[in-house]
Design a protein around this ligand. Structure first.
Ligand code: SAM
Length: 186
């Protein structure tokens, strides 16, 4: 039994450390900060080929390093037709997100939380990419976005701007860190 507990602890701590080493430790975005983005990001600015289902926009939204998926759940609350996909390598926050999804299987049927290193994933179908990462990861992150994203995709970055790239929008809220919004990166 103690060895099982040690194994579980090792997996939890180990995968969280892995995320921290790759791009950022798990620091969940505050509710007010999530709402600031979802309320102010103009999804009509998303690529013109975003499908419109039943009169509603249905963009594909990725959170790269999604933690417990709270940003995606916020988007899903506002845009029930959006397809929301998150990748994370840390199992503990993913597990929390899975519980939220299981508690609301209908409301969050369009939210998919996946275990995986986002540097190795494909997201060419993204209309919107959201990320909250440490600046040390930006060079590799930018290269990954340039490789994958369609030119019209929107990118929303929390807290620290991408270097040498002009944002198309800055979303600010009182006592909150800014969101920097970019279009494509080519
Ligand atoms: C600052 S947290 C942000 C969590 C979530 N996006 C939010 O705002 O609440 C960064 C997350 O990125 C994850 N992460 C870091 N590098 C990653 C990588 N290469 N692939 C997948 N997840 C990664 C970490 O495990 C951590 O959960």
């Amino acid at each position: 039994m103690p060895s099982l507990l040690f194994f579980i602890f090792f997996i939890i701590v180990g995968t969280m450390a892995w995320g921290a080493i790759l791009a950022a430790p798990w620091v969940p975005t505050l509710k007010a900060q999530r709402k600031l983005l979802v309320d102010n990001l103009d999804l009509l600015e998303a690529p013109s080929d975003s499908p419109i289902n039943g009169g509603e926009l249905s963009p594909t939204i990725y959170d790269l390093g999604c933690g417990s998926g709270s940003i995606l759940f916020e988007f899903a609350d506002h845009y029930p037709n959006a397809k929301c996909i998150g990748y994370d390598v840390a199992l503990f926050p993913l597990f929390i997100g899975l519980i939220v999804k299981l508690r609301h299987p209908i409301k969050y049927k369009n939210v998919s939380l996946r275990f995986g290193n986002f540097f190795k994933q494909h997201f060419a179908d993204a209309d919107v990419v959201v990320a909250f990462l440490m600046q040390k990861a930006y060079p590799k992150f930018i290269a990954t976005l340039k490789r994958e994203l369609k030119p019209a995709a929107l990118i929303a970055i929390e807290a620290w701007p991408l270097p040498d790239i002009e944002p198309i929008q800055m979303i600010k809220g009182e006592k909150l860190v800014p969101w920097y919004v970019y279009r494509g990166l080519r």
